[in-house]
Design a protein around this ligand. Structure first.
Ligand code: HEC
Length: 156
């Protein structure tokens, strides 16, 4: 091979490698930042602890929610809904669940006047802790419900 041909071949190989690397990186970084990780044992251990400490008092130790959760109480606020398969938590994509937990209902649904007993966890739980507790909740859903939730997340 002539030196010039060798240089061109080498340049071509480097180009392919660099383009491939960039393409792979951009695929990797397109995974949503706050995606739930219901199959990661370390995440789930943290999530279970956080749930017991921070969420169970309202949403129930077994994720069962408060009684008659679909009717507003005397204070005109909704009781805490279940997080198990009987509730509607699993109808919401990862990002909305994250936003509800971090920023509260009013901000998450973009209705500034919406009044809710759901606390705001910004400044209380880190983003990783929010992902952990929501991942633990998801890990408790039956396989079929988890699969449907995966489908919601995959929709554009
Ligand atoms: C003081 C009681 C209380 C605590 C503690 C609480 N929540 Fe809630 N949560 C609520 C109420 C009430 C609602 C329903 C809000 C509404 O629609 O007005 C709710 C709603 C939610 C929703 C939306 C569910 C849906 O189907 O739309 C998510 C997600 C949620 N909570 C997550 C959490 C997590 C995670 C924790 C613990 C880190 C937590 N909550 C702690 C009272 C609470």
């Amino acid at each position: 091979m002539k030196p010039i041909a060798r240089t061109i071949t080498f340049a071509a190989i480097v180009t392919v490698a660099v383009v491939g690397f960039i393409a792979l990186k951009s695929v990797g970084s397109s995974a949503p930042v706050n995606a739930l990780r219901p199959s990661d044992p370390t995440v789930l251990a943290a999530g279970q602890r956080i749930y017991a400490e921070r969420c169970a008092s309202c949403h129930g130790a077994q994720l069962e929610g408060q009684p008659d959760w679909q009717s507003r109480g005397a204070d005109d606020l909704l009781p805490a809904p279940p997080h198990d398969a009987t509730g509607h938590t699993w109808h919401h994509r990862d990002e909305l669940l994250f936003r509800i937990t971090k920023f509260g209902m009013a901000k998450a649904i973009n209705m500034p006047d919406y009044k809710s007993s759901m606390p705001i966890y910004e400044g209380v739980l880190s983003d990783e802790e929010i992902v952990a507790v929501l991942s633990w909740i998801k890990s408790r859903w039956p396989t079929s419900v988890r699969a449907k939730h995966d489908q919601f997340n995959a929709q554009p």
